[in-house]
Structure formats: structure tokens, C-alpha cells
Design a protein around this ligand. Structure first.
Ligand SMILES: [Fe+2]
Length: 176
């Protein structure tokens, strides 16, 4: 399973903090088990239900958001240097996990993906943060997951959460 995860998310290799890397991988693995999804399901799972028949799956969306976030951080550090502090490992974990709650928000019935009962009660920023907390992810990462979408408007406290919010939306708006 670890090998499959590295194939799905080559960006896992960017981690310097190996404990955070292991915890991030554990969340994805357990979310697949508890959500009842196989790798093939994830490759077919739309990244959003708000766009009808999007060709972008949740894996490619997550990868693109992660790479976008890393590039934003690199650009900002490159110009601002010591005047800004961005924790790349926290950014990476938050990017890779920001939408993991969709494994609970969605269900498949009749061959189609739709909103699950759980998803009607808890949107993915909530379910994702609660799930990741079970595996010991630091609060800085839970903050990114919980605040990456509209739930976080006016509540994003860290630069890493601000970056993920914007990286997510530039990877959503063009596909509407
Ligand atoms: Fe997203």
C-alpha cells in the first residue's frame, strides 16, 4: 500500500519531517479503508460534486494543489527571505490532506458518486480535520484542513492555511 501511495502522490517524497510524512500516509491509508475505497475508486472519484462530469479526479486535484502550494511558498521565500516564515512540511501535509474528508463526504451508488449521509452532516473540512486528529496530526495541519474552504473565511490564522486556500481555488475555478 505504501508503494501505491507513493505512485499516487509522488509529492510525498518532498517531506523532510519523516514523522509527519508517516502520519500523512497513515491518514490516507486509513481513510481508504474506513471509507471503503480502492485505488481504482480514487482514480475515478471526481474532485468535486459541484462540477458535473469533471475530468479531474481527487488524486490529480490533490497533487495539483500540493504542487501549486509548494511553488507559491518557494516564490514568496525567494523574494521575502527571512521576512516570512513558511513551514514547508506543514504546508505539504495540509495540502495532501486538505480534501481527504471527501472520502467520507462522497459515496458511490449505481456507479455514480454522490453526497453521503455523513457528507450531508459534516462537510469534508470538518470530517477531514476530525479524522486526521485521530492519527496525531499537529493542530497546524488540522487548521489547514478545517479552514481551507468557506468554513475558514475570516478564520485563517497561518500563512500555510492562506496558501492552501488559494492553491485550492485556482485549481477549482478554471474547471467550473
Ligand atoms: Fe481541494
Amino acid at each position: 500500500m505504501d508503494e501505491q501511495l507513493f505512485l499516487l502522490f509522488p509529492e510525498l517524497n518532498e517531506f523532510k519531517d519523516l514523522d509527519l510524512k508517516a502520519k500523512t500516509m497513515e491518514v490516507w491509508k486509513r481513510a481508504m479503508v474506513e471509507g471503503g475505497w480502492e485505488v481504482a475508486d480514487l482514480l475515478a472519484m471526481p474532485f468535486t460534486l459541484l462540477i458535473d462530469q469533471t475530468p479531474i479526479n481527487i488524486i490529480d486535484h490533490t497533487r495539483a494543489v500540493t504542487r501549486t502550494a509548494l511553488e507559491i511558498a518557494r516564490a514568496m521565500k525567494g523574494v521575502y527571505g527571512d521576512r516570512i516564515n513558511i513551514n514547508q512540511d506543514i504546508l505539504l501535509a495540509g495540502a495532501l490532506l486538505h480534501d481527504v474528508g471527501k472520502l467520507f463526504e462522497f459515496e458511490k451508488s449505481g456507479g455514480k458518486f454522490k453526497k453521503s449521509r455523513s457528507g450531508n452532516l459534516l462537510r469534508h473540512p470538518f470530517s477531514g480535520a476530525v479524522f486526521a486528529a485521530r492519527f496525531g496530526l499537529p493542530e497546524e495541519v488540522l487548521h489547514i484542513i478545517a479552514c481551507h474552504s468557506k468554513e475558514g473565511d475570516g478564520r485563517r490564522a497561518t500563512v500555510e492555511a492562506i496558501i492552501i486556500n488559494h492553491a485550492d481555488f485556482v485549481n477549482f475555478e478554471p474547471f467550473k
